[in-house]
Ligand binder design. Structure first.
Ligand code: IFM
Length: 485
């Protein structure tokens, strides 16, 4: 693996060094204090849906342990914590009646974080839709845009005096495609592409209305974005042709898989779906109105993205003749368009290429650099800071005889990936923060508890938390603001 890293520049002094979790994955207390059921409560009870037949009923019992868990974050030196709010804890039926106990829980968490000097970053939706809303059509129903706005207003009013960093939706492509088309995530539906496109559009509309509602409800200036998911596209070697090929591979809607990031990010950041989408989807395309696109296209304050891995790309065809002014196009940070002919070819990894416990997590350290750079070029308007809202590694960690967790592979993964962000900083890309996924081992959706992503080991039988070696290593990165990378 070639590493041409320039590590001279520093991370900004106010860079958020964080870790992330999500409500259903850590909280437990699935029916405590007036919480309503969510689609994941339903999915977890469905036979065969979750590996090992486990549920998130207890998970990490975070709901009962916020003092202990925030103290642990402080011990780790974190300067930020990204958590999600369970919509059904706040609004048990999804709309209407507010469950004050639910809001109080998040308010207490925020107070605890602030007292510990840790910046709270709240996600409004990390996949646990109130079941009552599913019965009203969930993401298939366009009305969800106004249900979500009402929910955002309630949460913004309750927490917006203290929470400055907000994320509307976590990985909309995953909860829509895996939940509504592939059926392996909640609510477990297998809809057509036409119907799934409708869900996609409704999710983006909700991002827009939710953003408007949050801004109106929070009594201070807040920073809002969403957290899209996707593989990075990495030029196989850093020639102008390969760089342009990787850029095109990243931003082109190549088929009807619905995973292409531009389908999810272009409307949000550029106010339009990718130009090729109507041709790619043909009669299945939904032809959004200009008014909808305006709602989706809200001013945002940073570019958030979740990225764990990347795919190498090379240019299939030869370069076009050099421009007559002698410049090299297709490689500039400000650019995006290019005269270089670079039909992309995604390259497969050899079978033996290193992965995490989950096979989709191929080691690809340059991912964070290229994702930051390409998103900055296309969406950043030269100024929006990039925030890595999730990145992490899962391994089969265990407590060694000496009582420690020696997760060397995670340290190496983290070290390599963070050097990629450091390179982005060195090249002048504005950076806002990094959130490791996850603070602690937790319920990994359909995969159950087997994959361990945490910096902190959780013994699910006793709920004992133990800082892994990686947590101690990350603490040193934070302490030196990345100087030791
Ligand atoms: O656990 C998930 C998280 O909920 C969303 N992003 C990816 C993580 C690892 O699969």
């Amino acid at each position: 693996m070639s590493e041409t890293l320039r590590t001279s520049a520093s991370f900004p002094a106010n860079f958020l060094w964080g870790a992330a979790t999500a409500s259903y994955q850590v909280e437990g207390a699935h029916d405590a204090d007036g919480k309503g059921p969510s689609i994941w409560d339903m999915m977890a009870c469905k036979e065969g849906a979750i590996s090992g037949g486990v549920t998130g009923h207890i998970a990490c019992d975070h709901y009962q342990r916020i003092k202990e868990d925030v103290a642990m974050m402080k011990e780790m030196g974190l300067t930020a914590y990204r958590f999600s709010i369970s919509w059904a804890r706040v609004l048990p039926e999804g709309t209407g009646r507010v469950n004050q106990a639910g809001l109080d829980f998040y308010s207490a968490l925020v107070d605890e974080l602030i007292a510990a000097g840790i910046e709270p970053c709240a996600t409004l939706y990390h996949w646990d839709l109130p079941l009552a809303l599913h019965h009203r059509g969930g993401w298939m129903n366009r009305e969800i845009a106004s249900w979500f706005a009402d929910y955002a207003t309630i949460v913004g009013r309750a927490l917006g005096d203290r929470v400055k960093w907000w994320i509307t939706l976590n990985e909309p492509s995953v909860f829509i495609v895996a939940g509504y088309r592939d059926g392996n995530h909640a609510p477990g539906l297998k809809l057509s592409v036409t119907e799934t496109l409708r869900c996609l559009h409704n999710a983006l509309l909700a991002h827009g209305t939710g953003t408007q509602a949050l801004r109106a409800a929070c009594p201070q200036a807040v920073r809002i974005c969403m957290a899209p998911a996707g593989y990075a596209k990495i030029p196989d070697t850093e020639t102008p042709e390969n760089i342009e090929a990787a850029r095109r591979s990243l931003f082109t809607v190549a088929g009807q898989s619905l995973w292409d990031v531009a389908l999810w990010m272009d409307p949000v950041f550029l106010g339009k779906y990718p130009d090729e989408a109507p041709a790619v989807f043909g009669a299945k395309w939904h032809h959004p109105s200009a008014e909808d696109l305006k709602t989706i296209h809200q001013p945002l304050d940073f570019i958030g993205f979740n990225c764990y891995s990347g795919i190498r790309v090379r240019a299939k065809t030869a370069a076009a003749p050099a421009p007559s002014d002698g410049s090299v196009r297709g490689t500039s940070l400000a650019g995006g368009g290019s005269a270089i002919s670079a039909a992309p070819e995604d390259l497969p990894y050899p079978q033996e290429h290193p992965t995490g416990q989950l096979s989709w997590l191929m080691l690809a350290p340059e991912s964070l650099y290229w994702q930051s750079r390409f998103f900055h070029e296309r969406y950043g308007r030269g100024k929006l800071p990039v925030v890595v809202t999730e990145n992490g590694f899962c391994s089969g960690d265990w407590v060694a005889l000496d009582g420690h967790i020696h997760d060397g592979a995670r340290i190496d993964y983290l070290h390599r990936y963070l050097r990629g962000i450091k390179r982005a900083a060195a090249e002048g890309i504005p950076l806002g923060g990094y959130f490791y996924w996850s603070l602690m081992d937790n319920f990994e959706w359909a995969e159950g508890y087997r994959p361990r992503f945490g910096l902190v080991h959780v013994d699910y039988a006793t709920q004992k938390r133990t800082l892994k070696d990686s947590a101690l290593w990350y603490r040193e990165v934070i302490r030196t603001c990345g100087q030791n990378l």
